[in-house]
Design a protein around this ligand. Structure first.
Ligand code: RB5
Length: 155
């Protein structure tokens, strides 16, 4: 099986994050990343974030993309929706420390951003920190994740 999915980054946004998504997509492509866009394809003020976030989250959980970036106006709805999909560990991120530490300690695989909260340049730095980080996998980290997975069988 091709390992191309290991390098793909999924991204999505509703109308509240559409502009930020387009900016981040261009940035990721400049960085040589392969980006899979789960929509929205155009700015539509009537669209609903679950319609984009759930397919993105499923692709992360199924290993079709390595990690995901989910954006709505605040990032809150995107985070709530993404975490409903088993195998997804999503967090709303507004600071640099959490952008990498969330991966290192908690194996975060979806970063949620607020298009009405976080500016383009800060968002690029947060995404770079997120994508550059690796899960450390120390016994204490795995133990904590196992306590979460015990709820459903899967984290
Ligand atoms: C849409 O107007 C807005 O509610 C949505 O983008 C998001 O902020 C939800 O959390």
């Amino acid at each position: 099986m091709s390992e191309a999915h290991l390098y793909k980054i999924g991204i999505c946004a509703d109308h509240g994050g559409f502009e930020l998504k387009e900016g981040l997509k261009a940035y990721l492509k400049e960085q040589g990343r392969e980006v899979v866009d789960f929509g929205a394809d155009e700015l539509n003020t009537d669209d609903d974030y679950p319609d984009f976030v759930i397919p993105l989250a499923r692709a992360v959980a199924d290993g079709k993309v390595l990690r995901g970036i989910a954006i709505c106006g605040s990032g809150v709805g995107a985070c709530i929706a993404a975490n409903k999909v088993e195998g997804v560990r999503a967090a709303l991120i507004v600071d640099y420390f959490s952008a990498h530490q969330g991966v290192e300690d908690d194996d975060m695989n979806v970063i949620c951003l607020g298009g009405r909260v976080t500016g383009n340049l800060v968002a690029k730095e947060l995404v770079a920190a997120f994508l550059g980080a690796k899960f450390i996998g120390a016994e204490r980290h795995v133990r904590r994740l196992n306590k979460i997975s015990a709820l459903s069988g899967k984290v």
